[in-house]
Design a protein around this ligand. Structure first.
Ligand code: ADP
Length: 455
């Protein structure tokens, strides 16, 4: 069931319930009022008849009958009977319409003083009337033709009003629900037209004030994020193929030139060395891409285990120095923690080593003295590592871009690299629930700070 139909029905049910409740109250209140009013008229009639017969000497049984029949306010189907204390009928207003009253009813009236009941559709009232030592019982009965007709009429009006009310509420509810949901229907239509080829389209944000406009704004924000992720992805493929093509093109042209004519042994050696250099560059790039792909993998697939951070740092230091003896890596522990647990992080050891080697490598690579200083400190629940150098530094406007794949700052172009190391580092840190930041000043050096949660 659509929201519009559901809202319409809910609205109709609520209004119908209110209408029925109020109309029922009006109907029963009015019907009760009619009954009470009619019984009070019967009461007056009964008392008047009794007083005329019992208290007024000049009026006898026959005269009272004549008066009763000719009164202007005579009620429809009216009949009044009076019984004396022996329960003998002493007066009956008419002879033709019999009012059958048994002795038990008369006794009940005597006992209760006043009894109301309906006898063959006629409202009937029995009361007691005392004159001296004589206790009379008067019973008046009549049919409330006008009152009952009014009640039937009122019932008809109320039922008609209820039905009309339901119809109007349903139509109005449907119109209002349609109007209220129109902006959502519009957004729905616009969203269904957005795909990979028109990611720059945005949905209409309306007056930017109500909840639906807020939904459109948030949806547009999400589209912005998707579009930039999409662009990044496109860029990545473009950059990766470009980076692979350059050394490949260099290798092919060198080999073509080398094969063009006979060369000396020395020339062949130089050629092979140059091709080897390019092949190693390609190996470095494909290793970087592989590491990035591994770091991009789902966290669930990565084996995490308790790892002593100082041990991984020492082994990373050894690896860097083994690869290039001219570099120097200094490890500075501010103060050792009281408990060994502070040194332990839940991590994938291989990834942690890749992270440290990349950061140490960069610090050495971009510094004239080829020196990296790594310091380690401990906070309450974290291990804080900083990789410091006195190198070329990074311009402020490029500091948040260097974590994107293939991004290299202008002042780093003279150094070897593909611009993948830091994006791998960022992903590894994220996988371990940590954070990475850079502080740097061009010409003065850089510090990369890594925070990792410990056990
Ligand atoms: P690569 O080192 O291969 O260029 P990275 O992703 O490791 O790629 O680094 C991206 C860029 O960040 C570098 O090209 C360089 O511009 C900058 N950068 C990284 N580390 C340093 C550093 N220690 N000193 C100065 N610049 C750095």
């Amino acid at each position: 069931m659509s929201i519009r139909t559901r809202l319409t029905w809910q609205f109709t049910i609520i209004v119908t319930s209110i209408l029925v409740l109020f109309f029922a109250f009006i109907y029963f209140f009015y019907a009760d009022f009619r009954k009470e009013e009619y019984y009070s008229r019967l009461n007056t009639k009964a008392l008047t008849t009794a007083r005329l017969l019992i208290e007024v000497q000049e009026i006898d049984h026959d005269l009272l009958k004549i008066i009763d029949k000719n009164a202007v306010n005579v009620l429809h189907n009216e009949k009044v009977v009076i019984y004396d204390q022996n329960n003998s009928l002493i007066y009956s207003s008419t002879d033709d319409r019999e009012l059958h009253i048994d002795t038990s009813t008369i006794q009940k009236i005597r006992k209760q003083g006043r009894v109301e009941w309906v006898h063959q559709m006629n409202e009937t009232l029995g009361i007691t009337y005392d004159e001296g030592n004589t206790h009379y019982v008067i019973i008046a009965s009549a049919f409330d033709v006008y009152g009952r007709r009014k009640v039937v009429n009122l019932r008809f009006i109320l039922v008609a009003c209820t039905l009309l009310g339901i119809a109007i509420t349903f139509i109005a509810g449907r119109l209002f629900a349609g109007q209220a949901l129109r902006p959502i229907a519009n957004i729905n239509q616009q969203v269904s037209g957005i795909g990979g080829d028109n990611l720059d389209s945005r949905v209409d944000e309306g007056d930017a004030k109500d909840e639906i406009a807020q939904l459109a704004i948030n949806f547009n924000k999400m589209l912005n994020r998707i579009a930039s992720a999409f662009a990044l992805q496109k860029n990545f493929v473009h950059n990766a193929s470009h980076e692979l093509r350059t050394p490949l093109a260099a290798m092919i042209s060198q080999l073509q030139v080398g094969l063009a004519k006979e060369r000396t042994e020395e020339e062949y050696k130089n050629l092979l060395n140059s091709v080897l250099e390019d092949a190693e560059r390609m190996k470095g790039l494909s290793n970087g891409l592989l590491e990035l792909a591994q770091a991009e993998a789902d966290k669930m697939g990565i084996r995490m285990q308790p790892v002593r951070i100082d041990e991984v740092l020492f082994s990373s230091q050894r690896d860097v120095l083994k690869a290039n003896k001219e570099r120097s890596v200094e490890l500075a522990f501010s103060e050792l923690p009281d408990q060994e647990e502070a040194l332990i992080v839940m991590a994938n050891e291989g990834m942690l080593r890749t992270l440290f080697i990349n950061l140490i490598d960069n610090a050495c690579k971009f510094s004239p003295d080829s020196k990296a200083v790594v310091s380690i400190a401990f906070a309450n629940t974290k291990v804080l590592l900083s990789f410091n150098d006195n190198g070329i530094g990074i311009p402020a406007e490029e500091q948040d871009k260097i974590f994107m794949p293939f991004y290299r700052s202008d002042n780093a172009r003279q150094f070897r690299g593909h611009g993948l190391g830091l994006s791998i580092c960022k992903r590894i840190v994220k996988l371990h629930g940590g954070e990475i930041h850079v502080k740097s000043e061009p010409g003065a050096g850089s510090t990369f700070e890594v925070e990792l949660p410990n056990t």
